[in-house]
Design a protein around this ligand. Structure first.
Ligand code: MG
Length: 256
């Protein structure tokens, strides 16, 4: 079911989203080569708690027998890891790495979801370009996030933009509605046909999240049951914000 948030609910949700955005501002200041992904995770958790939020991904059920719930605040996925990387004390960020971070903060019973790929140190020109295209894909998509348009209009814009630049989009994972639940309807694929899917209405809150791969879009899941990697070992980047559909332009709630 697609939920339409009331004015009051939107005000509550704004707070969770603001904290999510703030965490990324703080991460940008501290992320550096030599840091473990677990250190980054602990840092983010501290910032969230100082601001009265709750890390919503921690304890998220895998839904797979034998695979433990997600153990951390952040998903941290490096280079050929696409999404859902588990922070570890043994995973040390290297100079030139692309570090994709995904985070959901819960506050007032509402969720704020965003992802960024950080370029750490001296990354290659190709790596930088991938990160830029991924971010641009989000902004291409939300040009269509206005009342009367359909989900497929957003999906199509993202997919076309990415593929025209010679990159590919992940097809097995997608954006989603968000609110009291981390994942609500509708699903928002990063490819699709214009004019398809549900019609957008003011009060909808959506997490739109291009996941882009330098090579082809084949992916696989690591034995840990969580981490998703590119089949061909090529680089991947992720960019996500929670947005609000308004009467006019969409509002990006997780950019602070
Ligand atoms: Mg996310």
């Amino acid at each position: 079911m697609v939920t339409i948030k009331s004015k009051k609910e939107i005000e509550l949700m704004r707070e969770a989203c603001k904290i999510t955005g703030l965490v990324y501002k703080e991460i940008e200041k501290v992320i550096k080569p030599g840091m473990s992904t677990l250190e980054l995770d602990h840092f983010a958790e501290k910032v969230i708690k100082e601001n009265g939020g709750i890390p919503a991904q921690k304890g998220y059920p895998s839904g797979m027998r034998g695979v433990p719930d997600f153990p951390a605040t952040l998903c941290v996925s490096i280079n050929d890891e696409v999404i859902h990387g588990i922070p570890s004390a043994h995973k040390i960020i290297q100079d030139g790495d692309l570090v994709s971070v995904d985070l959901v903060v819960l506050k007032n019973g509402f969720n704020g979801d965003a992802a960024r790929t950080f370029i750490v140190g001296n990354a290659s020109e190709n790596a930088r370009k991938l990160v830029e295209i991924t971010k641009q894909a989000f902004f291409e998509g939300i040009k269509y996030a206005v009342p009367g348009n359909r989900i497929g209009d957003i999906s199509h814009a993202i997919g076309e933009f990415v593929e025209n630049k010679g990159y590919s989009v992940v097809r097995e994972f997608q954006g989603h509605g968000i609110g009291r639940e981390m994942h609500e309807d509708p699903g928002i694929p990063n490819y699709g046909k214009p004019g398809k899917g549900i019609r957008l209405e003011p009060g909808m809150t959506l997490a739109i999240e291009p996941m882009v791969i330098e090579g082809n879009n084949d992916i696989y899941q690591d034995d840990d049951g969580w981490t998703i990697l590119t089949d061909d070992g090529s680089l991947s980047a992720h960019y996500e914000n929670t947005i609000l559909i308004t009467e006019k332009e969409p509002e990006i709630l997780t950019l602070v």
